[in-house]
Design a protein around this ligand. Structure first.
Ligand code: NAD
Ligand code: SER
Length: 316
């Protein structure tokens, strides 16, 4: 077991609830923190503290008390919720990150992880195989805050020597914790509704292709990035990070192979406009070259695994 002490903010969310458990297999001390009540699994497998990531004194005290050496800063507001409440999204996403970066520099934290997103791209970005370096004019508050966040991370590396690393996650698909307030949430909800009700009403049009990734790939890639030698990092903003790409009608067809009477209907809402502004597929050649990234799950594989695991949860 490695000796570093890791603090994870926003640990009760979709990513944190799985990332913390994986980190606890590698590191002796992984402190999960959130404003929310943790799951039993998170609470019983290690330290949990209630921590507001916007509150600098509380964060600095926690870093000192536990001798924290690495921070994974997951706490944020996602795209769909952010468009409904832009002030809150800007405050949590920007003030949260600034607080983490300031405390990290002041306390001499060894490494920081910042989750960026495909939402840093906008309608003027090339949509197919979006390159690492390209036009970036996001038109959601979420995307604007994450792009500004990437620039702050790069600045802290250049000017303060902080070892900060970041991934532009696509839509993440998982069965342990449901997605929270994003535009790609349909790709999680559809599997639960398929198993429970054999039907799903999708809030995006049937042919809306978006970049997606299965959670085991996302967790493995995050840990690979953070464990790679610093000299391999050519990007201090956010690495393009690709899994697979599909549209709602593709998921429906794949689910029908296992659940033949499954049906999907479509009722696009305000999230369609957000989805239409994002890329369809991502070129992650730089992540492949710098730290060896390669995804394992395509749509057929992740569909089988999601259905198997959700069915098993219903049997318990
Ligand atoms: P989530 O919404 O599921 O979880 C976020 C957690 O942050 C919640 O548990 C919430 O209680 C907590 N939180 C909010 N404000 C807080 C505060 N002030 N202090 C402490 N905790 C606070 O989000 P997620 O899907 O797990 O995403 C984690 C990170 O990854 C986010 O930064 C998100 O932008 C990014 N990301 C996620 C996806 C995805 O598909 N899930 C894709 C791209 C990027
Ligand atoms: N899954 C996220 C969202 O839809 C992408 O960052 O907001």
């Amino acid at each position: 077991m490695k000796n570093d002490t890791i603090l994870v903010t926003g640990a009760c969310g979709q990513i944190g609830s799985e990332l913390v458990l994986s980190l606890r297999k590698i590191y002796k001390n992984v402190i999960a923190s959130d404003l929310k009540e943790p799951s039993a699994e998170l609470k019983e497998s290690g330290e949990f503290i209630r921590l507001d990531a916007l509150y600098k004194n509380g964060l600095a005290d926690c870093v000192k008390r536990f001798n924290v050496t690495q921070i994974y800063h997951l706490a944020a507001i996602l795209s769909a919720t952010g468009e409904k409440n832009p002030e809150m999204a800007w405050r949590i996403n920007m003030k949260g990150l600034r607080t983490i970066l300031d405390v990290s520099v002041e306390a001499g934290i060894k490494k920081v992880f910042f989750p960026s997103t495909i939402a840093v791209f906008g309608p003027t970005t090339p949509k197919i195989n979006t390159p690492q370096l390209t036009v970036m004019e996001p038109n959601t508050i979420y995307g604007i805050s994450k792009l500004a966040g990437e620039r702050w991370c790069d600045w802290c590396f250049q000017k303060k020597g902080l070892d900060v690393r970041s991934l532009r996650y696509p839509g993440l698909i998982s069965y342990k914790t449901k997605a929270g307030g994003g535009t790609t949430d349909y790709a999680v909800d559809v599997f639960f509704d398929a198993v429970e009700n054999k039907k799903y009403e999708c809030f995006l049009k049937e042919d809306t292709i978006l970049p997606m990734m299965y959670m085991p790939d996302a967790i493995r890639g995050t840990i690979m990035l953070m464990e790679a030698p610093a000299e391999k990092m050519s990007m201090r903003s956010g690495y393009n990070f690709s899994g697979t790409s599909f549209a709602p009608k593709d998921v429906a067809a794949e689910i029908k192979k296992t659940i033949p009477d499954f049906s999907m209907s479509y009722k696009p809402d305000s999230r369609q406009v957000i989805a239409d502004s994002w890329p369809q597929s991502i070129d992650d050649a730089v992540a492949q070259k710098d730290w060896g990234w390669k995804p394992e799950f395509d749509l057929p594989l992740l569909t089988k695994d999601m259905i198997k695991n959700i069915e098993a949860m219903h049997l318990v």
